[in-house]
Design a protein around this ligand. Structure first.
Ligand code: G6P
Length: 536
């Protein structure tokens, strides 16, 4: 059964939210805290190892009530059930969406078999039982993939670097030859296994990089047979992987019903199993499953992904904010933002609704960010005193991984202080006190620059500790958040046609660069640029 096609702006809740926005747009959050002593109690969720405080947002009881009514009107419940039942909700590609199946308690036979294969392979590598062509055990693993076949594994291995074993895992993604060259400098061919990860097994970047590496091995004297011991693949297109020269037994499955950007839970996460071991990988799946259950079963007013999605819609569609920042207070989560960017922007960057009509409202949010405290020293100025409203998610941990309390308390003091500053700003009295030593003339001149208006919204997510399990829950939380937003916006979140045009044009331009024959039907700017490129 297809997803329902309900135009959100035609709902009663949307109209009421528009009216309600007029009441709330000038309100100060500090006043709302004053007026309602129960605000924190009402606007937080405690779940498993997560604590979400969303009280520092420009919303009140009515906002929440209306946003929840919007969920009813678009029949979010029905959409959630359809997703968990694995129905064909990716209608533009005619595919089911069932990545949650990869981490379900009761797994299907094919998923079990894939997991077992990943376990056996990664344990052989880690235990030194998988030998290269010259009989040496493996030290390096190179993941060759791009987009969803790269970002997730990279991010998880960075996030869980504390769990890393002796294998060194590298990533080659960019078609830029400098990328592959730099990685090749770091590895020892005889002790390296390459994992070619491509759902379609037809992505230009991945196939070019894999071919370059294969040739590099051949130049070193490896035969086709030797290469078999150094190459494995993860793909939904077995035949193409075999044609590339990968042995059938070394191909790990992928399925149509797993979108690339939701695939780290599948064999696409093989590099993760190699780097941190199968046990940690399954703990991550368990964490994701817990979040799936929370999302599927909890009432919407206590449902973390639903609430985050609604808050985001509130700003995006009523305050008309342009972007959203995610600030994890953990250096381990440095690659979390690029990973989220693919998930969120590839999914919800759409302008045609589920009825095939152009939408007349804003969809996909622009996501950006960087770990705190580094972010504070880079772009927080704009959030504090710029002209744009940037709602932020602050993600912090009760306990650090390294156990160094001194550092962790300093880090978290900044975490709490920033959301406090975003909320309250700086009062006139405090500014006057700060500058009272200056001459009256100087005070007058400087006063306005020292002003922090505050009233900048933040969600604060406090998680017990960064572990494979909590990371799994966190990733699933954002997956469900973007799904809810796509449902409300009445778009299809699981296709990505928007990336195709560039690929097609690149292949035509590539031919022209190779033959040095520039098409006359190109636009004038591109034609001139190609000429310029070829002259030097
Ligand atoms: O895994 P692959 O088929 O090689 O695809 C890799 C990536 O490329 C595409 O362009 C898509 O935009 C991504 O969603 C996908 O993850």
């Amino acid at each position: 059964m297809a997803l329902k096609k309900i135009n959100p702006i035609e709902t009663v809740a949307w109209r009421k939210l528009q009216e309600h926005y007029q009441d709330i747009k000038e309100k100060k959050m500090v006043d709302m805290f004053q007026e309602d002593g129960e605000r924190v109690n009402k606007f937080h969720v405690e779940w498993d190892k997560f604590y979400l405080d969303y009280s520092k947002n420009r919303l009140d009881d009515t906002t929440k009530k209306l946003l929840l009514e919007l969920c009813e009107e678009v029949d979010l419940k029905d959409a959630i059930q359809k997703q968990f039942r694995g129905e064909v909700i990716n209608a533009t590609e005619n595919r089911a969406v069932a990545h949650t199946r990869l981490r379900a308690q009761q797994k299907t036979k094919e998923v079990e078999a894939a997991l077992e294969k990943m376990k056996v392979f990664s344990e052989k590598l880690i235990g030194g039982d998988w030998k290269g062509a010259t009989g040496k055990s493996i030290q390096h693993v190179v993941n060759i993939g791009v987009g969803g076949s790269d970002l997730g594994s990279q991010m998880v291995l960075d996030a869980l670097a504390a769990y890393q074993n002796q294998l060194q895992v590298h990533f080659v993604s960019n078609i830029d030859g400098d990328h592959v060259n730099e990685v090749l400098k770091k590895i020892d061919a005889e002790r390296t296994v390459f994992i070619v990860v491509s759902k379609s097994f037809s992505t230009q970047e991945t196939l070019s990089n894999a071919t370059t590496i294969k040739n590099w091995l051949i130049d070193k004297g490896f035969t086709e047979k030797d290469i078999n011991q150094h190459f494995v693949a993860v793909s939904a297109c077995n035949e193409k992987a075999k044609n590339f020269g990968i042995l059938e037994e070394n191909i790990f499955p992928m399925w149509d019903w797993v979108g690339g950007r939701f695939s780290l839970w599948s064999a696409v996460g093989l590099a993760i199993c190699c780097g941190i071991g199968y046990q940690n990988f399954t703990e991550m799946l368990d964490g994701a499953r817990k979040m799936d259950e929370h999302f599927e079963k909890n009432s919407f007013d206590q449902n973390i992904p639903v609430l985050l999605a609604l808050i985001s819609i509130w700003y995006n569609n009523f305050f008309l904010t342009e972007t959203e920042a995610v600030i994890p207070y953990s250096q381990y989560l440095q690659k979390f933002i690029p990973y989220l960017q693919q998930g969120v922007m590839e999914s919800n960057g759409k302008n045609i609704d589920r009825s095939g009509k152009k939408v007349s409202y804003q969809t996909g949010n622009v996501i950006w960010g960087e770990p705190g405290t580094n972010a504070q020293h880079a772009f927080f100025q704009l959030i504090h005193q710029g002209t744009k409203l940037v709602p932020c998610d602050f993600i912090g941990f009760n306990n650090s991984v390294h156990g160094n309390k001194g550092h962790h308390h300093k880090l978290m003091a900044n975490f709490f202080a920033q959301t406090q500053a975003f909320l309250s700003g700086k009062s006139q009295a405090t500014i006057e006190e700060e500058i009272k030593e200056l001459s009256l003339e100087e005070q007058e001149r400087i006063k306005a620059y020292k002003c922090f208006e505050g009233n900048k919204p933040t969600n604060t997510l406090l998680i017990e500790r960064l572990t494979p399990e909590t990371l799994g829950s966190l990733l699933a939380m954002y997956e469900h958040k973007l799904f809810v937003q796509g449902i409300i916006w009445n778009i299809y979140s699981y296709d990505q046609w928007g990336v195709e045009l560039g690929k097609q044009l690149a292949s035509k331009i590539y031919q022209q660069l190779e033959t040095r024959e520039i098409n006359t039907d190109l636009d004038a700017s591109t034609r001139r640029l190609l000429q310029q490129f070829l002259t030097k």
